[in-house]
Design a protein around this ligand. Structure first.
Ligand SMILES: C[S@@+](CC[C@H](N)C(=O)[O-])C[C@H]1O[C@@H](n2cnc3c(N)ncnc32)[C@H](O)[C@@H]1O
Length: 261
């Protein structure tokens, strides 16, 4: 794979509409969408009318699933067009969901939430553990004592073991079929894994995006969560509640803000 991530804030121009159409419309493309919503409801221990913070909400696909089940959602994302899309969907369906454009390293919801989540590898984008921890701290501060937090990250051990780090995805989008070539590599010097996403659209155009995240082993993420103050950390390999194994594609962490914190 040819490439390097050019700047530290690569995410500021990485996320665009074609990425959202192909990767973030989970209701349309993810066969485990309903299971994801049920998993979050159960593990975040939320009930009707509770408020949940969705940190790095994208176009609000996961938020919307929870809002349809009677939860109040507060979402933040740095990409304004994603937030406009999320707001439009919430308005159309008349659910209780507020969405804000903002930087999740800094953003705090305007009230204390019952629970929070950070989903689908929206964490770990900096080489610096201290910077990455800032995002976890904002979720910790956002929730009540005894509230739960869920973090979904790639299981990097599965990534290490894959012999062919490249896949092709073909998806229907509102603008026609898009073919995505997703290439995946590792930078041993920086400790970041790097990804190249090449989108071939129906009109013949091609867009190439470079991004990546820190190669955090699940055990290191557990440590970071503990350093921020979370307790009772559980790990899963998927939203069916599978045990985390070497070949689980996801590493999902469920943890609690202690009472009296
Ligand atoms: C892989 S997407 C996942 C989106 C969403 N959580 C989901 O499950 O569909 C990562 C998201 O994180 C957002 N993001 C990345 N860095 C951010 C930051 N510092 N502040 C706010 N949003 C950020 C991106 O704009 C993008 O929407």
């Amino acid at each position: 794979m040819s490439t390097a991530i050019k700047n530290e804030n690569w995410w500021a121009d990485f996320y665009d509409d074609v990425f959202a159409d192909v990767m973030l419309e989970h209701e349309v493309h993810d066969p485990e969408y309903e299971q994801t919503i049920s998993f979050l409801e159960k593990e975040l221990k939320v009930k009707l009318g509770d408020t949940i913070f969705d940190q790095c909400c994208g176009v609000g696909a996961v938020s919307m699933g929870l809002a349809r089940k009677g939860k109040n959602l507060i979402g933040v994302d740095q990409c304004d067009s994603y937030i406009q899309r999320a707001k439009g969907n919430a308005e159309k369906e008349a659910v209780q969901a507020e969405f804000y454009t903002g930087d999740a390293f800094e953003f705090k919801p305007n009230r204390i939430c019952d629970a929070a989540f950070n989903w689908y590898t929206s964490f770990g984008y900096s080489q610096s553990d201290e910077q990455n921890k800032e995002m976890l701290k904002r979720s910790y501060e956002a929730i009540k004592e005894g509230g739960m937090f869920a973090l979904d990250f790639s299981n990097i051990i599965d990534g290490f073991m894959k012999s062919n780090p490249c896949k092709v995805i073909r998806r229907e989008t509102p603008n026609g079929e898009v073919t995505l070539l997703h290439e995946y590599g590792m930078n041993v010097e920086t400790g970041m894994y790097k990804q190249t996403w090449t989108f071939f659209s129906a009109d013949g155009s091609k867009k190439v995006h470079h991004g990546g995240a820190k190669m955090y082993l699940p055990s290191r993420i557990r440590e970071l969560l503990e350093e921020v103050g979370f307790i009772n950390i559980k790990m899963f390999g998927g939203v069916k509640g599978q045990r985390l194994c070497t070949d689980s594609p996801r590493a999902i962490f469920i943890c609690e803000k202690p009472k009296g914190a």
